[in-house]
Ligand binder design. Structure first.
Ligand SMILES: [Zn+2]
Length: 559
């Protein structure tokens, strides 16, 4: 999610092409965002999470039993739990362990031997009042909301900030458990819907109920969620590429009828995305939509939904083409993350484009499924108006840094551009499906994604990725038409950029040219220079160098 995440607060006003210049990273960023020595020696196998949420005083209490595989013997272990939560004890093999706190991380001194290849468990007991999200899902934390009947509605949202804002874990994207239990205890009046499948509902003697959920697949820490409210429930089945998939819907009770209508968009979404990306990644865990007080989030197999049962993005079309008003943005965008983000997950926050560029491009693909190929292209092209080109899409590695919000709309346009370069829809579909097959349930780097697309397309796209992901510059095609001779070259590009592009080579058709940074020329059949144009599905700009540069004073109003 993280849509509209326009918190470039550190440099927004500065006008700097920010990059590294104004962001200062701290020791805390490094221990949060890198594979520290106290993390790298162990591999999470299972999280057994038990949390009791108390709306009366906004507190939680619980424990997480972390089972891990020892990769290499070690004595010190990093476990993340953010302030102001308090650790009560850390226990292994019946022994309480000592730990030193370093901000939001605990460094635990282990006593028992940790032989390589063995499975060990360490349990962290904790309590406190977790950070309250003031503007979820963007700022993140616990949300102690009320529904419109003033009843408690308790949820979590913590992408970016990290799951350690409410539960202790290895808060590092590159390590996911193979499976997880999520047991949430809430007052009897509430129903909790977390990730995976419901395994048990236990009515306790103190007026609370424990809802036990089980995720039988790897899951991103930030996708683990509490959703406790006065929910209604309805369900249906979907026959997909891997057989029967259960679809379960949890709207607030008073939205049941509205939800029955709006959520009819789920099946066409699954049909479209399975055809483009391959099987839905979590048949074992099912697909769920759960209403939340915030806009939405891609919580794995339990997508958070808060789009007020409207089409578009809260009723608006981000592409300004009208195509985006034909479907519900949150159902489409957040569900696309099941493939892009949840099944294929970035190893480092800096590579978040792998989640957002593909999920945003998926909006265009859904438009294509529903309204045709031209409409799909128009939708993605329409999103260019909200590209900022302020900072690069790829951020700084190892410090939990997030790149420009351009990872959404510019990233989608990069993918649309690459599709034009591939120029073969069957092959392009094969690339999108192949990425999902090759990196199924894995954490990846940008390089893996880039290399895969280059290899499968038969083109070296390294410079194209460099240009769009690592700079803020948009390639400019400089050209001049002299009679029937077209001369052209790329400027404003990274060195060695030589992306082919389609332009009008005769008055009624597009043809390929292969510009480089040096002038080239070719014969064309154009009656007038105005007949020249670049195929607008390529995200580039063009400049006729024989035409005087646009004069900024021409827009001046005459007094
Ligand atoms: Zn998203």
């Amino acid at each position: 999610m993280k849509e509209l995440l326009v918190v470039f607060s550190l440099w927004l006003a500065s006008g700097l092409s920010a990059q590294e210049s104004s962001k200062v990273f701290t020791h805390a960023d490094t221990i949060r965002g890198s594979n520290t020595p106290q993390r790298s020696w162990w591999d999470v196998s299972f999280y057994d999470l038990h949390v009791k949420a108390n709306p009366v005083d906004s507190s939680i209490t619980g424990y997480n039993a972390i089972t891990y595989r020892v990769l290499k013997p070690a004595r010190e272990m990093q476990i993340d739990l953010q302030m102001p939560l308090v650790v009560d004890s850390i226990v292994q093999d019946g022994l309480e362990l000592s730990a030193r706190r370093d901000g939001n991380a605990f460094f635990v001194t282990l006593v028992a031997p940790q032989p390589a290849r063995t499975l060990k468990t360490v349990t962290v007991y904790y309590h406190g009042e977790p950070v309250v999200a003031t503007r979820p899902p963007w700022d993140g934390g616990f949300v102690w909301a009320k529904d419109s009947l003033a009843r408690d509605w308790v949820v979590t949202a913590n992408e970016g900030l990290g799951a350690s804002v409410w539960w202790p874990n290895k808060d590092y994207l590159a390590d996911e458990p193979d499976s997880q239990r999520v047991a949430i205890t809430v007052p009897d009046s509430l129903l909790d819907v977390s990730n995976g499948r419901s395994r048990a509902t236990i009515h306790n003697s103190d007026g609370t109920t424990t809802y036990e959920w089980f995720v039988s697949n790897p899951i991103n820490n930030y996708d683990v969620a509490v959703n406790a409210g006065h929910y209604a429930h309805f369900s249906e089945d979907y026959q997909g590429e891997k057989g029967r998939l259960t679809l379960d819907y949890y709207p607030l009770d008073y939205h049941l009828d509205t939800a029955r209508k709006q959520f009819q968009q789920v099946k066409p979404m699954l049909q479209c995305f399975e055809s483009w990306f391959g099987p839905y990644p979590w048949y074992e865990d099912g697909y769920k939509l759960v209403e939340t007080p915030h806009l939405g989030m891609e919580h794995q197999s339990a997508v958070a939904y808060g789009n007020h049962y409207k089409n578009g993005y809260l009723g608006r079309d981000r592409s300004a083409t009208g195509h985006g008003l034909q479907w519900d943005f949150i159902i489409i965008h957040e569900s696309a993350h099941e493939w892009w983000g949840n099944s294929i997950t970035m190893k480092d926050q800096a590579d978040m484009w792998i989640h957002e560029s593909f999920a945003t491009y998926a909006e265009g693909l859904f438009t294509e499924c529903q309204q045709g190929k031209k409409a799909g292209q128009e939708y993605t092209v329409g999103q260019r108006k909200i590209i900022r080109n302020d900072t690069p899409i790829i951020a700084r590695y190892g410090v939990n840094d997030e790149g420009s919000g351009d990872m959404y709309d510019k990233g989608a346009n990069l993918l649309l551009t690459i599709r034009q370069l591939v120029d073969d829809d069957t092959r392009w579909r094969g690339i999108l499906r192949g990425l999902n097959k090759t990196f199924w349930h894995q954490t990846v780097t940008t390089k893996q994604i880039e290399d895969y697309i280059s290899r499968q397309s038969g083109m070296n796209l390294g410079k194209v990725f460099d240009q769009y992901l690592r700079t803020t510059r948009i390639p400019t095609l400089e050209y001049k038409l002299q009679g029937q001779k077209l001369s052209y070259r790329w400027t404003n590009v990274v060195s060695g950029f030589a992306m082919p592009v389609k332009v009008t080579t005769s008055s009624d058709r597009y043809g390929w040219i292969r510009p480089t940074e040096r002038w080239k020329s070719t014969a064309v059949k154009l009656d007038r220079p105005e007949d020249f144009g670049v195929d607008d599905t390529f995200y580039v700009t063009a400049r006729d160098i024989l035409k005087p540069a646009a004069d900024s004073t021409t827009a001046r109003t005459v007094p």
